[in-house]
Design a binder for this molecule. Structure first.
Ligand SMILES: CSC[C@H]1O[C@H](OP(=O)(O)O)[C@H](O)[C@@H]1O
Length: 374
């Protein structure tokens, strides 16, 4: 996608030196567009843990490059297995991270150490290219759903989304936002209700920034506003991304997603989840019981970060500060994801089409998985 008319992906290899890995520092967006240079696996791990880089598909792609960086220093079997394990553990919920590391190891174990670095860069590049193609296909498949609504509503569609599943959360296009970008580009009058997504505010900061840069009309709302808007007929559909979908169609996504699904169900609003197949965990069925939910630092709940605003809403020269929200002595807790049971999901938008959130639905699109799921 473009920033000031220049096309970017969310991760790339520096064309000058040919080996360092470049990402946008997402902890600085939208206040400043800082490009980070990652040159070791430890720097990649730090960027993932601190969420300088985030979004399920993107952390998988960046971790793949992290392994290539590790191999530059030591391409032995022992080092490769150690660094792969270290990278895979940087965040626990998004399955794409472990999927990407698993794919890298499957490719590299059969390669002699002296040839591993190039093979690793090639495999990481392939993961990135495939992610872009998958997300573009998700966009096309989701566009059909939005076009049907627009046809009924005089070319208008109001979509609610939670967190950020846009291009900055993937290598390009995004998952939940891909159909929205395509609808907008096709001339559909699409408007997006953007959940702020406390505690880290990926909606208010990243989704609003992305949509704004692309010219998509949007309105940021407090996380608790969605149910009210649905009751008053102001939401045609909810589309969210996901960090892991089980084989029975349960969906892990940013904390608060489950409450939106409940409100959508109660109001007859379609609740769609957009995902590349790399987000499906075929090894588990019951998401509520089996998906590990990342517990992040409680300080993320107890404070909020952004530029100071002065009288008249004037930005005081972009100073970014962290402001305390919770009184000293009060405890805070920060579960980062929740699981929406499949029964609340209207459909899964994948690169191969839209299916029911169920084992039968997923297998209808991915029949080659019959063995794994059994
Ligand atoms: C297409 S990204 C899916 C996912 O990533 C986000 O998590 P985080 O910001 O913690 O990395 C969020 O749950 C998105 O929906």
């Amino acid at each position: 996608m473009k920033i000031d008319n220049v096309a970017y992906r969310s991760v790339w290899v520096d064309p000058q030196d040919g080996w360092t890995v470049r990402i946008f520092d997402q902890t600085r967006l939208p206040w400043s567009i800082d490009v980070l240079r990652l040159s070791t696996a430890d720097e990649v791990a730090h960027a993932i843990r601190t969420m300088q880089v985030r979004g399920a598909p993107l952390i998988g792609a960046v971790a793949a490059y992290g392994l290539a960086l590790a191999l530059r220093e030591d391409a032995s079997d022992t080092a490769m297995e150690r660094e792969a394990a270290m990278l895979a553990e940087t965040r626990p919920t998004a399955i794409n991270l472990r999927w990407a590391i698993g794919r890298m190891l499957a490719r590299l174990r059969g390669v002699a150490p002296h040839s591993r670095v190039q093979a690793a860069y090639d495999e990481a590049a392939a993961i990135c290219d495939e992610d872009v193609a998958q997300n573009e296909a998700i966009g096309r498949n989701g566009l059909s759903l939005l076009s049907e609504i627009a046809a009924r509503r005089g070319n208008r569609v109001d979509v609610l989304t939670h967190c950020n599943a846009g291009w900055i959360a993937t290598v390009d296009w995004g998952t939940a936002l891909a159909p929205i970008y395509m609808a907008h580009d096709q001339g559909i009058d699409v408007h997006v209700w953007v959940d702020e997504t406390r505690p880290r505010n990926q909606g208010a900061l990243l989704t609003a920034w992305e949509l704004g840069r692309h010219g998509v009309p949007h309105t940021v709302i407090a996380d608790n506003a969605g149910g009210h808007l649905m009751q008053h007929g102001k939401v045609d559909a909810v589309i969210v991304g996901t960090d892991r979908v089980t084989r029975q169609g349960d969906v892990a996504n940013k904390i608060g997603t489950y409450l939106k699904a409940l409100a959508a169900h109660d109001n007859g609003v379609p609740f769609w989840v957009a995902l590349p197949s790399t987000t499906i965990d075929w090894t588990i069925g019951d998401g509520v019981r089996e998906i590990e939910i990342e517990e992040r630092n409680a300080d993320e709940v107890g404070a909020i970060t952004g530029p100071l605003v002065g009288p008249g809403d004037v930005d005081r020269e972009g100073e970014v500060r962290t402001i305390r929200l919770v009184p000293p002595g009060s405890r805070a807790a920060n579960p980062a994801f929740d699981v929406t049971p499949a029964r609340l999901v209207s459909g899964l938008i994948t690169e191969r089409g839209v299916c029911a959130a169920s084992e039968a639905g997923l297998l209808s699109l991915f029949p080659e998985r019959r063995q794994t799921a059994a």
